[in-house]
Design a binder for this molecule. Structure first.
Ligand SMILES: Cc1cc2nc3c(=O)[nH]c(=O)nc-3n(C[C@H](O)[C@H](O)[C@H](O)COP(=O)(O)OP(=O)(O)OC[C@H]3O[C@@H](n4cnc5c(N)ncnc54)[C@H](O)[C@@H]3O)c2cc1C
Length: 509
């Protein structure tokens, strides 16, 4: 098939093509032991594990369960997080780098064991994971990484080819990794949690926390209070940010994925490129056939090219390497990256012991979300967990944080200033059907979008989080903030935090 034929008109991830349970909105005050905010992989795993221990737990979700990043992943379950082990040894030492590997391998084993225990048909299969190099320079990095594997006792080796028509210089394989259908798995964990007493509420947004030392209270957008002993912020970006200053310690990075059939057998394995532009390859069974999931084209949120171009680049790659028979799905999402590339899991700060957070999974949350659920359960129960220190949000390592922190925040400052000054002024009336753009409205920068029926929406594009200017995302038809990744729909309603307040809708006609 030729490029652009049959492109799915609306983004939809393959994973969400299944029945999911629905839950009422919270319409009263509550008192529980643990209140979890966010029903993605982190929140659901924590809810499942805590209720299993007899802890009275409530799980609230701003939208629908499993419709955040977890519903838009590519779901490789692996401890091979691009090239990272040599860097971890350099930054944290060999012992902690090994703990990092072991913590993620335990997460893979948990999924396998839980699927067996609860008879969950979630397409789990063991696969080797490959990171491949297409340049000599990156091959050198793979060799260094192999050395790190050997020092840490990780099972793997360098190969000189992968089974596709991609001109690689070499590939580093990590054995005994896995893949699955995350929503089939997590739907079952959620059902188990509900059976054992967890109360779940959808369309319930946590807006703030009353920070009482022993009994913090979540205040929802509609004004209800949830009093508890521990709050778990599994909201991807921590919605209560002030004490942790996460906005200065993380950035959001977006990626794209397409789901295609090719008419050819798939040789097995999960692949990711080490060079730019990033490419990720895996397959999953679909109605007796193979759906090939091709991902990549990562960039900082709000800083990409016209987002449809990223889908087109993946489609072109898929056509050249595999040949596309049917183009069935396309989706995109973002994940958060910390300054030292290790997630933040644990108490928000040394002083805020009852407000817990799990964030910064750098596109490897399929194991990290599971690991976070375990760490947070143990923290709440006062049990030791040998991984706690490594992931502590209060850790401070001088190297390489400082430089990253400076460059990340310079980037934010640049967008704060440039977003307001640098744009070619257009009038909202100039917008064609289906077009969105920064426009001049009442003498100020605003954002206009004209839908397919000709209706015009104009919003104030000043992000309600910290005041950067949002950019138009053509692929998803959203306003995305280039600083911390908040996203809004065409009416200005929040789709994704850290923002909790909508953009002002200036005009709708
Ligand atoms: C394109 C892409 C591909 C990826 N592929 C892989 C992969 O192959 N392997 C891998 O390991 N990882 C992968 N990841 C990463 C992984 O998908 C994520 O790290 C993980 O899903 C994050 O889970 P989460 O539970 O933290 O967040 P989410 O799934 O986003 O859940 C957070 C939930 O909190 C809710 N929420 C937010 N704010 C509030 C509030 N104030 N009140 C109430 N609810 C709120 C949101 O609506 C959301 O449902 C990928 C990520 C991307 C973007």
């Amino acid at each position: 098939m030729s490029t652009n034929e049959g492109i799915p008109q609306f983004p939809k991830p393959y994973w969400r093509d299944l029945d999911l349970p629905s839950f009422d909105k919270l319409d009263n005050d509550l008192s529980v032991d643990v209140a979890i905010v966010g029903a993605g992989i982190t929140g659901i795993t924590a809810a499942y594990l805590l209720t299993k221990e007899g802890v009275k737990t409530a799980l609230i979700e701003a939208g629908s369960v499993l419709n955040g990043t977890t519903g838009h992943t590519t779901a490789k379950l692996t401890a091979q997080h691009d090239i990272i082990y040599d860097e971890l040894i350099g930054h944290f030492g060999e012992e902690k780098a090994k703990l990092y590997y072991e913590s993620h391998m335990e997460a893979v084993s948990f999924v396998e064991a839980a699927a067996l225990e609860h008879q969950i048909d979630c397409d789990f299969s063991k696969q080797d994971a490959y990171v491949y190099a297409t340049t000599e320079q990156t091959l050198g990095s793979l060799q260094t990484e192999l050395d790190a594997y050997q020092r840490l006792g990780i099972s793997g080796e360098l190969t000189d080819a992968i089974p596709f028509d991609i001109p690689v210089k070499g590939a580093l394989v990590m054995h005994e990794q896995a893949q699955y259908h995350p929503l089939k798995f997590l739907r079952a964990l959620l059902e188990e949690a509900v059976k054992t007493g967890c109360s779940v509420y959808e369309n319930t947004t946590a807006a703030d926390i009353e920070d009482d030392e022993s009994n913090p209270k979540i205040i929802t957008k509609s004004g209800h209070k949830i009093t508890c002993q521990h709050v778990i912020m599994a909201s991807h970006w921590p919605f209560y940010d002030k004490p942790g200053l996460f906005f200065a310690r993380m950035y959001a990075d977006r990626s794209y994925a397409i789901g295609i059939t090719t008419g050819k057998d798939y040789p097995g394995g999960m692949y990711i490129s080490a060079d730019s532009p990033s490419r990720s390859i895996r397959s999953t069974p679909i109605n007796g056939k193979n759906l090939l999931i091709i991902g990549g084209e990562g960039h900082k949120t709000g800083q990409g090219i016209d987002t449809m171009k990223h889908f087109e680049a993946l489609e072109k790659f898929a056509e050249e390497v595999f040949g596309i028979k049917e183009y069935l799905y396309r989706w995109s999402a973002q994940d958060l990256v910390t300054l030292d590339r290790v997630p933040y899991i644990g108490p928000l700060t040394k002083e805020r012991k009852n407000i817990l957070v799990a964030t910064g999974f750098k596109k490897w949350g399929m194991t990290t979300g599971i690991l976070a659920g375990h760490l947070l359960r143990d923290y709440v129960a006062g049990k030791d967990n040998r991984y706690m220190e490594l992931y502590s949000p209060s850790r401070f390592q001088m190297d390489p944080d400082v430089w990253s922190a400076i460059t990340t925040n310079l980037d934010v400052a640049k967008h704060l200033i440039n977003g307001k000054l640098e744009f070619v002024p257009r009038e909202p009336e100039e917008l064609l059907a289906g077009e969105g753009s920064a426009v001049m409205f009442n003498g100020k920068r605003a954002g206009g979008y004209r839908d397919e029926n000709g209706k015009l929406y104009v919003v104030d594009t000043t992000c309600t989080h910290l005041g950067c200017e949002c950019e138009w995302n053509h692929g998803e038809k959203t306003w995305d903030c280039p600083c911390h990744g908040s996203r809004y729909d065409i009416n200005g309603e929040v789709i994704e935090g850290p923002a909790v307040k909508p953009l002002t809708l200036l005009k709708e006609e």
